[in-house]
Design a protein around this ligand. Structure first.
Ligand SMILES: CCCCCC/C=C/C(=O)SCCNC(=O)CCNC(=O)[C@H](O)C(C)(C)COP(=O)(O)OP(=O)(O)OC[C@H]1O[C@@H](n2cnc3c(N)ncnc32)[C@H](O)[C@@H]1OP(=O)(O)O
Length: 395
């Protein structure tokens, strides 16, 4: 929320170019005051020092965020009179601080620490030209994450299993989205490694039963699902799906929460929920009828009709389809151009569009997750999963 507010104010400051040269990091006066108390005080102090050592100028927008979070963390909500209209620099700073509203000091400290940590890693990684393999972010086992040309790419990386989503993968995706929301990229892209985009939920997730039994499993899965989808609802930057091949289940439904969906003409879109004794998720019970009209949504979500990329495009789920032979080249050229657009304008536009719907989407997500919690315990669902597993075992 804090970042949302900061960006919003910045957009109103149309004289940023004048501000640019004056907002050097040291001028932001980063001295730790004794009022910054609490659990992460040490981290905060260390972050304040690290800012001075950044190798790369983080840019005005980030400097204003740092300034605002520092003031909020040390002094609390904005408590000084608004500078005059022509005092451009102080007004931009005041706006940034004031936009944080009543954000608690502890949260501001934590946000400051997180922001600096993101800056440090991006500054470290951009300090020299690295070979392709080195651009990969460490710490993920099921994803390959790269940041380049202001684009963070999150690639599902279980090609041998058609990028089926394991519990670990859901968690890593949530972490990756959290990191991407704070890094210096302008847009975030999802894609799959190999011939599939994703075959949806890994059906073997259902075989890992905790000591509390299948009820506990269903409950935990419903919480994970709700949190996972919630990250997509709240994601603040333009989110793009580069659908390189067939997509199944949750990897299709979640597309309704993306801002752009580019598909190879090899891609297909399949939501066989009834076949699996399951029901729609990813807010698709709400987004699909809105996107394609109720009749077409029913064909997909209830009767499991598989769409070609062309059909999905005609129905509004896909933005544009490209021939597979030129897919990667055309899409990445397009995305690189988009990523150069002014970051604040794009992010604020996304917020305006999404904010009308956010509350509704969270309510739909909660309802879909709780219905699925029951469905997973049904004979219909258990039999369908057993069928898949026994077919797999016979192969
Ligand atoms: C926190 C929980 C949230 C849950 C949210 C609810 C989500 C719901 C959904 O996503 S429902 C959709 C579930 N997905 C499916 O039903 C697809 C199942 N898979 C298939 O039908 C096929 O594998 C295929 C059509 C995707 C691909 O077929 P084919 O080209 O013939 O390849 P293989 O079947 O040989 O697949 C290769 C390899 O991958 C394994 N695999 C593929 N998809 C899944 C999957 N979804 N779950 C588990 N495993 C999958 C497949 O078994 C093969 O493994 P093997 O080599 O035999 O070990």
């Amino acid at each position: 929320m804090a970042v949302v507010g900061v960006s919003g104010r910045l957009a109103g400051c149309y004289c940023l170019r004048a501000v640019r040269s004056s907002l050097q990091v040291p001028a932001v006066q980063l001295h730790v005051s004794k009022t910054a108390m609490g659990a992460c005080q040490k981290d905060f102090e260390s972050a304040v020092n690290q800012v001075k050592l950044l190798k790369k100028d983080p840019g005005n927008e980030v400097k204003l965020k740092l300034y605002a979070l520092y003031k909020q963390a040390t002094e609390g909500p904005c408590n000084t009179p608004k500078p005059g209209l022509f005092d451009l620099i102080n007004k931009a700073k005041w706006d940034a601080w004031n936009a944080l509203g009543n954000l608690p000091k502890e949260t501001a400290r934590q946000n400051y620490v997180d922001l600096v940590s993101g800056l440090r890693s991006s500054s470290d990684s951009s300090s020299q030209v690295k070979p392709e393999a080195d651009k990969k972010q460490a710490g993920y086992e099921t994803l390959v994450i790269t940041s380049e040309d202001h684009i963070t790419k999150i690639m599902l990386n279980r090609p041998a299993k058609k990028n089926a989503l394991t519990t670990q993968m859901y968690r890593e995706i949530m972490l990756a989205l959290e990191a991407a929301s704070k890094d210096d990229s302008t847009i975030t892209v999802f894609t799959g490694n190999g011939d599939y985009y994703s075959s949806g939920n890994d059906l073997t997730n259902f075989t890992d039963i905790p000591p509390g039994g299948i009820e506990e499993k269903a409950k935990n899965s419903a919480i994970l699902l709700r949190d996972f989808v919630g990250c997509f609802i709240d994601f603040p930057k333009p989110l793009v799906a580069v659908v390189n091949g067939p997509a199944v289940g949750i990897s299709v439904t979640i597309l309704g929460l993306f801002d752009l969906v580019y598909a190879s003409d090899r891609a297909t879109f399949h939501t066989p929920f009834s076949h699996l004794g399951q029901t729609p998720e990813g807010c698709s019970s709400y987004t699909f009828p809105k996107i394609m009209g109720p009749a077409k949504a029913v064909e997909m979500l209830i009767f499991g009709k598989k769409l070609t990329a062309g059909e999905a495009c005609a129905q509004g789920l896909v933005t544009e389809v490209f021939p597979d032979s030129t897919f990667q080249k055309e899409v990445w050229t397009r995305l690189k151009a988009y990523s150069e657009l002014p970051q604040n304008a794009m992010h604020i536009s996304k917020q305006i569009i999404r904010n009308h719907e956010k509350e509704k989407l969270h309510a739909v997500n909660a309802e879909e997750s709780s219905i699925l919690q029951e469905r997973w315990l049904s004979d219909e669902c258990m039999n369908a999963v057993m069928d898949f597993l026994s077919r797999k075992a016979k192969l």
